[in-house]
Design a protein around this ligand. Structure first.
Ligand SMILES: Cc1cc2nc3c(=O)[nH]c(=O)nc-3n(C[C@H](O)[C@H](O)[C@H](O)COP(=O)(O)O)c2cc1C
Ligand code: SF4
Length: 462
């Protein structure tokens, strides 16, 4: 059932392998069309951002290109921090060339002076592959006219939040800034808070600049050369009118064969789960699926829905980055909610007190309930904190806490009641947050150090 063009079965070894697949044709087409028509092609293709939000890519490019400012920038978001996802790393390992060509085309389209690919310093194979591909493409004149720089960043979840990623590219910590990248871009000197501007960037004349910056996910940009080379109509032969193309999905958790695979948009979730992911473990039935830790829990009655942005939204959840975390009947949903909440509480940066305090409080109370020590008051207090955790939030992490925890409370109230009434967990089992370090041949490795990470981003000794 695997289908598509983005993910070759075996990694491409050389630039010649990419050229044999039509590499370079996308950039050539963009140059022939000109910047404006290149954006029109992306808009006509209906491509939507694969970083989690599904925002229309053409509209984003047009917005950045037309935003006032002397300098524009492009950033490829290859930080891949969402639990349950490994698709950007698989794409970069198997074909780093298409991402670089996508960045070059985006930079051409929005008139960028510089472009960056931001990823974690721990992604060694991806950094090596991209570095080699970039050198070979630059030498062959296939990396465009805009300098492209790789930026290795820290391990934090917030590295992938676009406003935090810009901070890291500027050499700072991954703390989301206030305004979105198209309003307050890289190396911007315009005031962001109050009236005090940053010092002028060397070489930049007055007035203070906002430097509109385009941030796109690595998979989004990997689609770009193909669309330019083959045309938007070709792209629309796959998927649905509102979600064209393919999507590179990850499945992990309680499945026979954890997997990363490219499927056509609109493929039914159950086909992915029973096909490439091999179905449930022996004698088990599935009871809950999450797309990352950013969307509401999906019930068994919905496992058959098509993988599109519109179908997931209609069911009150989100497709996210199509990183599916599957739990079967042996899992405790209170435990799952606590583990997800703890991840978000630890990763919250604390710039917005209701987010850091609220997610921490919710985690503590979930832990009490999970251990059998909880009371009705803990449930009531969780409800209260869920109502305020997003107050004044600079980024979407706080909403993730609200959405995920409240969905588990709503969908699995009986499991909370069991813990309160029996004073113990009826399904004791170790559950860790599925932050994927590697996934190959049906074997997935999770980052076990995450369990030792403290809310101040230090680690308890092993
Ligand atoms: C806490 C948090 C973490 C995120 N992590 C990632 C990430 O690792 N990779 C990514 O592409 N987008 C991530 N995003 C979404 C980005 O902020 C941004 O929306 C995305 O890169 C835009 O690209 P797209 O339009 O191509 O989807 C994250 C968002 C939040 C709130
Ligand atoms: S919402 Fe949370 S994670 Fe996002 S900036 Fe505020 S405190 Fe940090």
């Amino acid at each position: 059932m695997a289908a598509g063009f983005l993910l070759p079965e075996a990694p491409l070894q050389t630039l010649a392998d990419w050229l044999a697949l039509g590499g370079g044709d996308g950039l050539k087409a963009a140059r022939r069309l000109g910047a404006e028509s290149t954006i029109d092609e992306i808009r006509a293709s209906g491509l939507r951002g694969r970083g989690g939000g599904g925002f229309p890519t053409g509209a984003k490019w047009a917005g950045v290109a037309s935003a006032p400012g002397t300098h524009h920038y492009v950033v490829a978001n290859a930080a891949e921090g969402e639990p349950g996802t490994f698709k950007d790393r698989r794409l970069m390992r198997h074909n780093p060339f298409q991402l670089i060509e996508g960045v070059a085309i985006a930079a051409f389209a929005v008139g960028a002076t510089e472009a960056f690919i931001g990823l974690k310093a721990s992604f060694s194979p991806e950094i090596d592959g991209l570095t080699r591909a970039l050198a070979d493409m630059t030498a062959a004149g296939l990396a465009g006219d805009t300098p492209i720089t790789l930026v290795p960043g820290p391990e934090e979840y917030l590295l992938g939040e676009e406003k935090a990623l810009l901070e890291v590219i500027e050499g700072k910590d991954p703390l989301p800034r206030l305004l979105p990248p198209y309003l307050h871009g890289l190396f911007s000197t315009a005031p962001q808070l109050g009236w005090i501007p940053s010092p002028l960037e060397p070489g930049h004349p007055e007035p203070h600049e906002s430097n509109p910056t385009l941030v796109n996910n690595a998979e989004t940009l990997s689609n770009v050369p193909w669309i330019l080379a083959r045309g938007p109509e070709w792209f629309r032969t796959m998927g649905t009118p509102s979600s064209p193309g393919t999507i590179v999905a990850t499945v992990c958790g309680d499945v026979a064969y954890p997997v990363v695979t490219e499927v056509e948009m609109g493929t039914h979730l159950s086909a992915l789960l029973h096909g490439p992911a091999g179905g449930p473990l022996p004698d088990r039935t599935w009871k809950a699926i999450f797309s990352g830790v950013a969307n509401s829990v999906i019930d068994p009655s919905r496992f058959d829905m098509p993988m599109t942005y519109e179908d997931f939204a209609a069911c009150g959840t989100g497709l996210g980055a199509a990183g599916f975390i599957v739990y079967d009947d042996s899992a405790c949903m209170v435990n799952v909610a606590r583990v997800f909440s703890q991840f978000l509480a630890v990763e919250s940066c604390g710039q917005c007190p209701p987010c850091k305090l609220g997610s921490g409080e919710i985690t503590d109370r979930l832990e009490r309930i999970e251990s059998g020590q909880g009371t009705d008051d803990d449930v009531a207090q969780i409800g209260r904190w869920l109502g305020t955790v997003t107050d004044g939030a600079r980024c979407y992490l706080a909403t993730e806490e609200q959405v995920v925890v409240s969905s588990v409370l709503r969908r699995h109230p009986e499991e909370f009641a069991e813990h309160l009434e029996n004073g113990r967990c009826p399904r004791p089992r170790e559950i860790i947050v599925p932050k994927i370090v590697d996934l190959e041949d049906g074997r997935v490795t999770y980052d076990e150090s995450q369990a030792r990470k403290r809310p101040d981003w230090t680690y308890a000794p092993a």
